[in-house]
Design a protein around this ligand. Structure first.
Ligand code: ADP
Ligand code: MG
Ligand code: ZN
Length: 444
């Protein structure tokens, strides 16, 4: 029965941009470890009559993010007001984008799946509520330092059919953001926030494009691991209910780490009406093709391109490649080391191995230093087999008394003999090999 059911998952990811100033005013966008309500002005406090103006850098960063996902970039775009009431939103609307987001119709491909990106838009973050007990009274405090910080939202089509693809995609989003240098995408700090929409349908329906007519929104989950668990739990719960012939109530759910369960946060109000309308205080934004291409030219080489290059040019294995591309700084270290390895004395595998397994990039801050060291090491074991055997024979011939001591049970003298071989070979002996051959010859 369960076999003909398949999960259907779509994602919404928020990323806070690490620009100097906020989205619509000149206040500092840094709100970590800052005295509450110190970075505010009439605009980001939402005071009547205060006028917004746009942060150009934030818009460009959003477009770069969109280009990284092959999105179409809008040549004509605008901001809209999205209305709802909440204490952390004193204007009673969030300045966001509705029908003309900066980026749309993107794509992300891995060797396992292809995910369509519906849109990437830019909006402002809200203030932050804190619930405390002060003098025995329960109070809610609001910090406006976060209010108005630029926030991108990426929405995917419901193209995920399993939770592993969800996690790889989200990790790639984080990696791309960090490669672009537009945010630290730190989930603990809330600069990257994950939401998953989950439903379960019949395989034959989903294959025909007929999606389940409900979805559960998983919200406020601040790690990949917890999101993975929450999605797994939801898939199991839905399958069970469907098999019992029950309907699944559309709602927003959270994840309880201590109990390892999901729980209802609120049932979804039908046809929620945000009364979107164009933001009258901001002009529309236009981009010509030339400007978009100029922004595209600023993109760094992204992880997917590096993966393909490392595979094609260096034939490295997937696990090596993943280690190297995980962090742009590590990838660049590897590339610089490769360019220092003139004449291909070491080759990509030796360099990658020194980094992946021995973490030598941590010991040698300069890639050139690592390459120099590795060349020294490999050259040390360069004495040929003939040279080595000849050296061993002459040491045995010249030290009959010592050899005799060994044969009579004084095992420790072997170290002296190895040392003599090393001396003849000027330190280029492979000690393991010398020991083996020496023992072979003197014990017979
Ligand atoms: P809203 O958040 O306003 O409900 P949408 O209905 O457009 O917006 O859906 C947003 C998210 O829900 C997208 O990530 C989309 O992929 C996902 N989604 C839509 N339908 C389903 C479904 N049947 N099952 C799972 N996810 C879905
Ligand atoms: Mg949603
Ligand atoms: Zn401000």
């Amino acid at each position: 029965m369960t076999n003909d059911l398949t999960p259907v998952i779509g994602l919404e990811v928020h990323v806070e941009l690490s620009t100097q100033s906020k989205m619509f005013c000149a206040c500092s966008a840094n709100h970590f470890g800052v005295k509450p309500n110190s970075n505010t002005c009439p605009t980001c406090l939402g005071l009547p009559g205060a006028l917004p103006y746009m942060n150009e850098k934030a818009i460009e960063d959003t477009i770069r993010f969109g280009l990284a996902f092959d999105c179409k970039i809008a040549e004509f775009s605008k901001f809209d007001r999205k209305h709802y009431f909440y204490p952390d939103l004193p204007k009673a609307f969030q300045t966001s984008q509705y029908d003309l987001p900066f980026c749309s119709l993107g794509m992300w491909k891995s060797d396992k799946s292809t995910i369509r990106i519906t849109r990437i838009h830019l909006e402002e973050d809200t203030a932050k509520s804190q619930h405390r007990v002060i003098d025995g009274k329960r109070v809610s405090l609001i910090d406006f330092n976060r209010s108005g910080v630029p926030l991108m939202e990426l929405v995917t089509e419901p193209d995920f059919a399993n939770v592993d693809d969800v996690v790889s995609f989200l990790k790639e989003v984080q990696r791309i953001v960090r490669y672009l240098g537009i945010s630290d995408a730190d989930m603990e700090k809330g600069s990257m926030r994950l939401e998953a929409n989950v439903s379960v349908g019949r395989v034959e329906d989903v294959e025909k494009g007929k999606l389940p007519n409900y979805k559960i929104e998983l919200k406020n989950i601040n790690s990949f691991r917890f999101l993975k668990r929450a999605v797994e739990i939801e898939i199991g719960r839905h399958k069970e209910l469907i098999n019992k012939g029950e309907k699944i109530a559309q709602e927003t759910r959270g994840y309880d780490e201590a109990q390892d369960t999901t729980f209802s946060q609120r049932s979804k109000e039908e046809a929620k009406d945000y009364r979107y309308f164009p933001e009258p205080d901001l002009p529309p934004i236009t981009f010509d093709k030339k400007t978009i291409e100029a922004i595209r030219a600023t993109l760094p080489m992204l992880p997917s391109q590096k993966r393909a290059n490392y595979k094609k040019d260096y034939q490295l294995s997937d696990s090596y490649i993943e280690f190297l591309v995980e962090d742009k700084i590590i990838a660049e270290y590897f590339e610089t080391a490769m360019s220092c390895d003139t004449g291909n004395k070491l080759g990509p595998k030796t360099i990658a191995n020194a980094m992946v397994n021995q973490k030598l990039h941590e010991k040698y801050p300069e890639p050139a230093g690592l390459v120099k060291k590795l060349i020294e090491i490999t050259q040390i074991s360069y004495a040929s087999t003939e040279e080595t055997l000849a050296a061993i024979d002459s040491v045995i011939f010249e030290n009959p008394a010592i050899v005799k001591q060994y044969q009579e049970g004084k095992g420790q003298v072997i170290g002296f003999l190895i040392g003599q071989v090393q001396k003849i070979l000027e330190g280029k002996a492979n000690v393991v090999y010398v020991r083996e051959k020496l023992l072979e010859k003197i014990t017979n």
